[in-house]
Design a protein around this ligand. Structure first.
Ligand code: URA
Length: 205
């Protein structure tokens, strides 16, 4: 798919799924707008957070508040920009007072993120925090045990990381998050190498 058609497919999806979530959940009530996602639909990397906060609700763009600033520094620390990735959330409307999303809300919003993944078709998914990790890897993982360790799921590489907001509350997680981010360029390189035809890989040696 070209950049244009992926962007078009995402826009059509947003319209379709907005109607679905409004019909099936009350979460949108009291919010300013949905925050479907932002970035380059052709990106190899999809970053998935939890849900929009106050600033995101105001602007309709994910990760533009305090956690977003930390995410921007993390990306910059490995020479990447927001334009190099696509960013989305498990939940597309801001939960009241930034409470955790409820299991039934996650189910209502599930097809939206699943179809975004299908359209963008990223090589690597980076999950930020527990809700995103559970969504992608399934339950049963503990973030403190697997953060920064690439996993394989449905043919993609998944890198579970702490949520930047957790590092804002608990300062000792900040260096851990920066250390985990440092592993990403190498993971991208390995994924790209493993997807090249064998002769081209050998020529590179
Ligand atoms: N936290 C998230 O998980 N997503 C956002 O968009 C902002 C903060």
């Amino acid at each position: 798919m070209t950049v244009k058609t992926k962007a078009q497919a995402l826009r059509a999806l947003n319209e379709e799924q907005l109607a679905v979530v409004i019909a099936n959940s009350k979460l949108h009530e009291g919010t300013k707008q949905a925050v479907p996602g932002d970035g380059n639909p052709e990106a190899d990397i999809l970053i998935i957070g939890e849900a929009p906060g106050k600033k995101e609700d105001e602007l309709g763009v994910p990760f533009v508040g305090a956690a977003g600033k930390l995410l921007a520094s993390l990306l910059e620390s490995i020479g990447m920009k927001r334009e190099d990735i696509f960013i989305a959330n498990v939940i597309k409307h801001r939960p009241p007072d930034n409470r955790d999303p409820l299991p039934e809300e996650i189910e209502v919003y599930r097809p939206w993120l699943e179809k975004q993944i299908e359209i963008i078709d990223p090589k690597i998914i980076i999950t930020l925090g527990r809700f995103s990790m559970d969504f992608i890897l399934g339950s049963g993982f503990v973030i403190s045990q697997i953060h920064g360790q690439p996993k394989r799921k449905n043919g993609r590489v998944v890198v579970p990381l702490y949520h930047p907001a957790a590092a804002l509350y608990s300062g000792n997680l900040r260096p851990v998050l920066f250390e985990d981010f440092k592993k990403i360029p190498k993971i991208i390189e390995l994924v790209k190498q493993s997807q090249k035809p064998m002769e081209r890989q050998q020529n590179l040696l």
